[in-house]
Design a protein around this ligand. Structure first.
Ligand code: F6P
Length: 320
């Protein structure tokens, strides 16, 4: 293995830069040439590729987003797009490719590996919805961003004795909502993975008011629905309730990565290079119980991640 490439694909996540830095510096450390591919698979198809040296990744460890830019690429899903991408990779004598992104990105990596390009996927998404890993790069930072928002919103809700619905990202998964809800002391956490009962939520608000609670914070995962609609449902049952909604949106994707995400990204980036040097292909890196592992991409795509019910039940117990 002499030349490897690295790209980021799908939604950006804090820590992607730390992962790029780890791939580049580990590659150079082992005497490899490392190519940066811009705008995800688009850049591979359209040859937007530049060699990265050790200093080209200086000063990015602490930055959110991705210096390589990112995109969701429709052209790459076609046979023609895939062929073009493989040709460009061959033209640059790329023996291996590290793809940092979510599961849509791994499908691309798998398809490309069938054209003889060795590929390794790194889980980079705030959603934490990749089944082969306990944590994805960016998730911890996003949870901390949501936590900061909950703290601030709570000040206002307590002062006005209001109920607040905070809609958080996560696509079809409720991990951000669950972790931020538990650590932020939310009264209710509504997740796509667990059925909710609107009457139970209303009873809890009433009970909270009776026992003198100053606020009621509901963390709603976007995969369940919109905060405005949820507020309407509650308002129908409690017409006099003073209720407000906040949709946190893309603020959750940006910002300087936490130490946890930097560590995860650095370890995974370095492992990706080592795997490519060993001739591995079509693998996704994960972390389980603190130990790095790697899984076949097809296997990873078929795995189903379940929500941690122990944590979910704990949010209920601690918010009585
Ligand atoms: O996958 C990351 C994510 O931020 C999801 O949580 C969210 O549903 C989606 O991307 C938003 O996508 P976009 O940035 O294209 O609006």
């Amino acid at each position: 293995v002499k030349t490897i490439g690295v790209l980021t694909s799908g939604g950006d996540a804090p820590g992607m830069n730390a992962a790029i830095r780890a791939v580049v510096r580990t590659g150079i450390y082992h005497g490899l040439k490392v190519l940066g591919i811009y705008r995800g698979y688009n850049g591979l198809i359209h040859d937007e590729i530049k060699e990265l040296d050790a200093s080209s990744v200086a000063d990015i460890l602490q930055r959110g987003g991705t210096i390589l830019r990112t995109a969701r690429c429709e052209e790459f899903k076609t046979e023609e797009g895939l062929k073009k991408a493989a040709e460009v990779a061959r033209k640059h004598k790329m023996d291996g490719l590290v793809v940092i992104g979510g599961d849509g990105s791994y499908r691309g990596a798998r398809d490309l590996s069938k054209y003889g390009i060795n590929t390794i996927g790194l889980p980079g998404t705030i959603d934490n919805d990749i089944a082969c890993t306990d944590y994805t790069i960016g998730f911890d930072t996003a949870v901390n961003t949501v936590l900061d928002a909950i703290n601030k919103i709570r000040d206002t809700m307590s002062s006005h004795e209001r109920t607040s619905i905070i809609e958080v990202m996560g696509r079809n998964a409720g991990y951000i909502a669950l972790y931020a809800g538990l650590t932020g002391g939310a009264e209710s956490v509504i997740l796509p993975e667990v059925d909710y009962d609107i009457d139970e939520i209303v009873d809890k608000i009433n009970y909270g008011i009776k026992r003198g609670k100053l606020h009621h914070i509901i963390i709603l995962a976007e995969g369940v629905g919109r905060a405005e609609n949820f507020a309407k449902m509650i308002k129908e049952k409690m017409p006099t309730l003073d209720i407000r909604t906040s949709v946190l949106g893309h603020i959750q994707r940006g910002g300087s990565p936490t130490a946890f995400d930097r560590l995860l990204a650095s370890r995974m980036g370095a492992r990706a290079v080592e795997l490519l040097m060993q001739g591995a292909t079509n693998r996704v890196i994960g972390i389980r119980n603190g130990v790095l592992c790697d899984v076949d991409i097809d296997e990873a795509l078929n795995m189903k991640k379940t929500i941690d019910m122990e944590l979910y039940n704990l949010t209920k117990i601690l918010s009585i």
